[in-house]
Ligand binder design. Structure first.
Ligand SMILES: Nc1ncnc2c1ncn2[C@@H]1O[C@H](COP(=O)(O)OP(=O)(O)O)[C@@H](O)[C@H]1O
Ligand SMILES: N[C@@H](CC(=O)OP(=O)(O)O)C(=O)O
Length: 480
């Protein structure tokens, strides 16, 4: 979509829409906000820009601790948060009236935060709804700073919460889902009138609200999802994710220092990679971009013209990246009575649903004597207990066991559709000495990923081997 933009002289120009998201990793100081403003200024020459901002680095974690951990002292933590935001405002070069206005808004938000934190201390309990309200302050404070910084450079800008920008969700606090029928028309009617007047909307990432106006969050890392959601609703031509690495890399550079930037990823590969923690994307980031023509770019805020990743609709047959997901456990059901017994798998999935446990992976051999459910480690005991109860109620002779300390190593790339490349990946993994323990092997969406569940140590060994043999010099967009 293009936006008709009214200039100061009243003349209308037509510019393509671009959504730019700045992550907490690149919002650590006033200098960072100033850099984000410079990038926005440059983008504005060719585009109508909508910004999505995260909280300053570390702020969401601090707010969560403040709300949950009654040992954390509000009289120490809150003034520190206040100081951090005022310093960023000052450090970004905001002064005079704009400084005064933003300073008062920060003070009001901090005052509101203080009241809620003390109220939680008095109540002695924190509901998921209260937690979302508390963490929302991180993005709200950040958007106030960004607005002041842009305005101090003569760019018209307006900070909006996700709710004010039109995002309506269900009431799954902590992991809310947008209600699209309501969100789509609202986002259009709230944001387009601003861009048409040449105003840059600054939307708080990660936070939205229910129909009743209760603040919700979209899950950790949710600003990515806010950005792609808005881009897809408005039919933007591009969505940019500004971060602290030069794009998506062939592996997490903290795990594999030789990791390199992947110049091109297709949206299916990006979707698979985000599900397993690649670039710590929110797992739903690429959902709204699937089947769209929107291009995503992942860029280093410190070097926006340097190497980066473009995510585009068309896929080519290569291998792209490897990612390791830690902290997994397997809940294993074993019993001869399960064979041929219709409804056993349904029992497992409905018990998981009742226990509020997300199933990361599930498998059963054709002999039907075993079912393995991979879940997050912290959910394993709860699921095992719920399954044991159900098995007792149904008087089945089935054992339930839990094994913790597992990881999943996932190789991503459209090239995996080629059986010989899949075989090559597996033979590389199996040729390690000592031989790794492989718990399960599965393929993902469009065969664009292959996941091996194993113990934590072997997952890293496999990732290193696959990276050094198949990704270090290839897979970054070249044919395999
Ligand atoms: N495959 C990968 N490519 C790039 N970065 C990765 C990858 N896997 C993990 N990361 C990590 O993701 C970090 C960026 O994510 P995050 O800190 O959430 O940024 P932001 O706050 O900008 O959203 C990087 O610093 C890097 O350590
Ligand atoms: N601030 C939120 C949302 C977010 O997306 O942050 P970041 O862009 O820094 O990953 C979080 O920490 O989860």
């Amino acid at each position: 979509m293009v936006s008709r933009v009214q200039g100061i002289d009243g003349a209308l120009t037509v510019k393509p829409l671009l959504v730019a998201k700045f992550g907490g990793s690149v919002l650590k100081s006033g200098e960072d906000y100033a850099r984000a403003a410079e990038i926005t200024e440059e983008l504005q020459r060719e585009h109508s820009v909508i910004l999505v901002v995260s909280a300053m680095k570390g702020v969401t974690d601090r707010l969560l601790r403040l709300a949950r951990d009654f040992e954390a002292s509000p009289s120490v933590e809150i003034p520190e948060l206040y100081q951090m935001h005022v310093e960023a405002l000052r450090g970004a070069g905001v002064s005079g009236r704009l400084f005064g206005e933003a300073f008062s808004r920060i003070a009001r938000l901090i005052d509101e935060l203080t009241k809620i934190i003390w109220a939680l201390r008095v109540l002695g309990e924190v509901t998921p709804k209260a937690l979302d309200y508390v963490v929302s302050f991180g993005e709200r404070l950040s958007a106030v700073i960004m607005e002041a910084v842009l305005r101090s450079r003569g760019i018209e800008a307006k900070a909006l919460t996700g709710w004010e920008a039109g995002i309506v969700t269900d009431d799954r606090f902590g992991e809310a889902n947008p209600i699209m029928e309501e969100t789509v028309p609202r986002v259009r009617s709230r944001l387009l009138p601003l861009t048409e007047k040449g105003i840059v909307p600054i939307v708080t990432g990660f936070i939205a609200a229910t129909r009743k106006g209760d603040i919700t969050t979209l899950g950790r890392g949710g600003s990515d999802y806010t950005a792609s959601l808005i881009a897809s609703i408005l039919g933007a031509t591009e969505v940019h994710f500004y971060t602290d690495v030069p794009g998506v890399m062939t592996a997490d550079p903290r795990l594999i220092p030789e990791a390199r930037t992947i110049p091109r990823l297709c949206v299916i590969e990006a979707l698979e990679l985000s599900r397993v923690g690649g670039k710590k994307f929110h797992p739903r980031t690429f959902e709204p971009l699937l089947y769209s023509k929107i291009r995503a770019r992942i860029l280093d805020a410190k070097d926006p013209h340097g190497p980066h990743t473009i995510v585009e609709p068309e896929c080519i047959d290569t291998l792209k990246a490897v990612a390791v997901m830690r902290g997994l456990a397997v809940v294993r059901l074993e019993g001869a009575v399960m064979a041929g017994r219709i409804g056993t798998a349904m029992m497992v999935t409905s018990v998981s649903k009742r226990a509020g446990v997300n199933i990361v992976a599930i498998s059963q051999p054709v002999t039907e004597t075993r079912i393995e459910i991979v879940v997050a480690e912290e959910d394993a005991e709860r699921l095992a207990k719920a399954l044991s109860e159900e098995i007792r109620n149904q008087e089945l002779d089935v054992n339930v066991m839990v094994e913790t300390g597992l990881s999943a190593v996932t190789i991503v790339g459209y090239g995996l559709r080629n059986p010989s490349l899949r075989a090559r990946v597996l033979s590389e993994a199996l040729s390690l000495e000592p031989e790794p323990e492989l718990r399960s092997i599965t393929t993902g969406f469009h065969d664009a990923s292959l996941t091996i569940v194993t113990n934590a140590r072997d997952a890293v060994r496999i990732a290193e081997r696959i990276h050094s043999r198949l990704l270090r010099t290839r897979g970054a967009g070249e044919a395999s």
